[in-house]
Design a protein around this ligand. Structure first.
Ligand SMILES: *Cc1c(COP(=O)(O)O)cnc(C)c1O
Length: 455
């Protein structure tokens, strides 16, 4: 193996501000609507769920927002994260493309998610919140928020999708280690959970259902707020530390990307790596292609519709203008648990609508193929979610080879897969199944929506 090139920034280079892309978007995103009145929601509508500082960030039009010193101090545990040139992977692919990756798996929870968990816990703490509720799929977000809440001394209640709770217990134990209470969702602790269980006592749960439960608990308890790990504007903004550091590290490498790639669940790590580069497109006339890589079995960006829809299954959240498969869509049980979500954040949706970003979808098996090649050439075993970004990088690198154009590709390696070895085992033993969505399955839940398609 060739010596891997690693670009590290000193601690003082941790960004002092987050980048708010709302300041630079050519077309602003459409407002979220109150599900009852269908009028744009105001800060007061969100006050039961979120601390005021996060609500302000959600609607802010300021380009730069200061990162509190207390938050930067926690970031120092693992930031700035390293950026690598994947020279051995390039050789294996025999491509003229240069491939770089930003590695977010060095955080205590093993993914990019603590980048927003920490400021969210911090602002809740500042406003006197005693308890936070949240949902988690495979456990990445739950573990990140457990780490953050533990740091700031806040109680945490996590609703974990039942199928993951049963099949992937290790992240539950991580959450317990950081002091969180974890429940297998659907539970009978909430109206929402009881409603789902009445219809299907054996429901495997879903992210949408778990969100309904966590939101309901926060909305009905005064000292309790709710926290979301993706989709919302403030979450995407907190993740921009990834791209802001990457810009400096690409400079250190004496290079600049033609293509920036992130895998896509609700949009947070994709936004994190790509928004600062999009900002350069908007303000400095750069021409970086930003590609979101999603699973073919949950293809909201490539096959969904742009319309108002709920963020959760039961319909408790505001109506969000988003690319969606319908809030009742139940994604196939693929191993990339963090990508099994029916919708996309409003900002990312608007950018896609305006053709300022691109989206591509990938099948589960090609993602694991790409991930294993990566692990065997670069060492790090990627999270199944991150494998989608790698599959996309492979596709673009091979295209560069075909066309004979030496492109520079940067992707976000959103997390490590050390707790996902059962998924790799399924892949190696040929047990991974490919999920081909039929046209009927694709449209069934969209047909149930009564909001118009946004033209
Ligand atoms: C949660 C998660 C994702 C998907 O969520 P986004 O908000 O779309 O980033 C991707 N990768 C990893 C490792 C995750 O934990």
């Amino acid at each position: 193996m060739e010596k891997t090139k690693k670009y590290i920034l000193p601690e003082k280079e941790i960004p002092e501000q987050w980048y708010n892309i709302q300041a630079d978007m050519p077309n602003p995103m459409l407002p979220p609507l109150h599900p009852g009145t269908k009028q744009p929601i105001g800060p007061a509508d969100l006050a039961a769920l979120f601390p005021m500082e996060l609500i302000k960030q959600e609607v802010s039009q300021d380009r730069w927002i200061d990162i509190p010193e207390e938050v930067r101090d926690v970031y120092k545990l693992w930031r700035p994260t390293p950026l690598f040139r994947a020279t051995n992977f390039e050789k294996l692919l025999d491509t003229p493309a240069k491939i770089y990756y930003k590695y977010e798996g060095v955080s205590p929870a093993g993914s990019h998610k603590p980048n927003t968990a920490v400021p969210q816990a911090y602002y809740n703490k500042m406003e006197g919140v005693k308890k936070i509720t949240t949902e988690t799929g495979a456990g990445q977000w739950g573990s990140a928020l457990s780490f953050a809440c533990n740091h700031f001394g806040i109680d945490l209640e996590v609703y974990m999708v039942k199928i993951s709770y049963e099949q992937k217990p290790y992240r539950k134990f991580m959450m317990n280690t950081w002091g969180a209470n974890v429940f297998s969702s659907p539970t009978n602790r909430t109206e929402s959970g009881r409603k789902i269980l009445a219809e299907d006592p054996d429901s495997p749960g879903s992210l949408g259902i778990a969100i309904s439960e966590a939101v309901e608990r926060a909305a009905t308890n005064n000292d309790t707020k709710y926290s979301l790990g993706s989709v919302l504007n403030h979450v995407l903004m907190h993740q921009t530390v990834i791209g802001l550091e990457s810009i400096k590290q690409m400079e250190l490498a004496g290079d600049f990307p033609d293509i920036v790639i992130g895998c896509f669940g609700g949009g947070s790590n994709f936004a994190g790596i790509s928004f600062p580069f999009l900002g350069l497109n908007f303000r400095e006339g750069k021409n970086v292609r930003c590609i979101a890589a999603e699973p073919s079995s949950c293809p909201k960006l490539t096959k969904g519709e742009f319309r108002y829809d709920f963020g959760d299954t039961v319909g408790l959240t505001p109506l969000i203008p988003m690319y969606t498969l319908g809030h009742t869509f139940m994604p196939a049980p693929i191993h990339a648990g963090g990508l099994r979500y029916h919708g996309a954040g409003a900002i990312v949706s608007q950018l896609l609508k305006d053709k300022l970003i691109e989206a591509q979808s990938f099948h589960q098996i090609e993602c694991f193929e790409a991930g294993v090649k990566f692990a065997r050439s670069e060492g790090i075993i990627p999270a199944p979610e991150s494998n989608h970004a790698i599959a996309c990088a492979v596709k673009e690198a091979l295209k560069a080879k075909e066309e004979g154009t030496p492109k520079t590709i940067l992707f976000n390696l959103s997390g490590h897969g050390n707790f996902d070895m059962s998924a790799y085992d399924a892949y190696f033993s040929g047990k991974l199944v490919e999920h081909h969505l039929t046209e009927e399955e694709l449209h069934a839940d969209l047909k149930k929506l009564n909001t118009p398609i946004i033209q």
